[in-house]
Design a protein around this ligand. Structure first.
Ligand SMILES: [Zn+2]
Length: 240
């Protein structure tokens, strides 16, 4: 009897160890998947997005695409100001139209202003001429407001090619953590994703055109400050 019991105990132990091992494999897969960026076209390794400045600090960068929004961006700016946090905004030319004051406020508050192109097109699928015109149009628009040309570009959908890289003298900025805020529009879910997956040196992708994203950003900031993280703009994180 005792021998059978021993065998059963042994078997259960092996099964338990297997489960722990498989669970570990699953989570490392999920995490790797999260940080893996698959561009619509082009090779992410070739994109000028790899160099990060070494820092012993737990520095991370929040980035916001698609804005400004006339309601949610000012709410976000207020929340960031209250917390003394700087972020990076990749503005869409179409949305800048008529919201110049918000852009001025953003710049005045010390945030970094980057470009997301004029309209939300997949630049990697356009001709070089069209992509360049899109970028140039938005750069001019932003320069007219803040007196400075944007140096950092986030192409919509991360769609980019090496060919464009040679033509455009801007630093292309992708991301490490994508909580898919636009998809779930669920603040709690977005906060959970960010807090669980973020690591020092990471760039987080959000969109300041949804109330849930603004709520999530501010909640995530509060949670991560408690964990010792500090927030910087992408130019402070990237090596040009
Ligand atoms: Zn976008």
């Amino acid at each position: 009897m005792s021998s059978i019991r021993r065998k059963i105990t042994c078997l259960l132990l092996v099964l338990a160890l297997d489960l722990v091992f498989l669970r570990g494999m699953y989570y490392s897969y999920v995490q790797a998947k999260d940080t893996l960026f698959i561009p619509v076209s082009g090779d992410s390794e070739e994109i000028n997005d790899g160099g990060r400045k070494f820092s012993g600090d737990k520095q991370i960068a929040l980035t916001f695409d698609d804005g400004p929004d006339s309601v949610y961006t000012p709410q976000l700016l207020n929340g960031l100001r209250e917390r003394g946090v700087h972020a990076t905004f990749f503005l869409l030319g179409e949305n800048v139209e008529g919201r110049e004051d918000i852009v001025k406020q953003m710049y005045h508050d010390g945030h970094l202003i980057g470009s997301h192109g004029y309209s939300h097109i997949q630049m990697g699928k356009e001709t070089v001429k069209t992509a360049c015109e899109q970028i140039e149009e938005n750069n001019k628009k932003i320069e007219a407001i803040i007196g400075k040309r944007p140096q950092y570009l986030r192409p919509p959908y991360g769609s980019w090619t090496e060919e464009l890289e040679c033509t455009i003298d801007m630093t292309v900025v992708m991301w490490d953590v994508d909580p898919l805020d636009w998809k779930s529009q669920n603040a709690k879910k977005v906060v959970r994703h960010i807090v669980k997956n973020v690591e020092p040196g990471d760039i987080i992708l959000l969109h300041d055109v949804f109330p849930t994203s603004v709520e999530a950003a501010l909640e995530a900031i509060d949670a991560l400050i408690k964990q010792g993280y500090t927030f910087v703009t992408v130019d402070e994180l990237l090596v040009d």
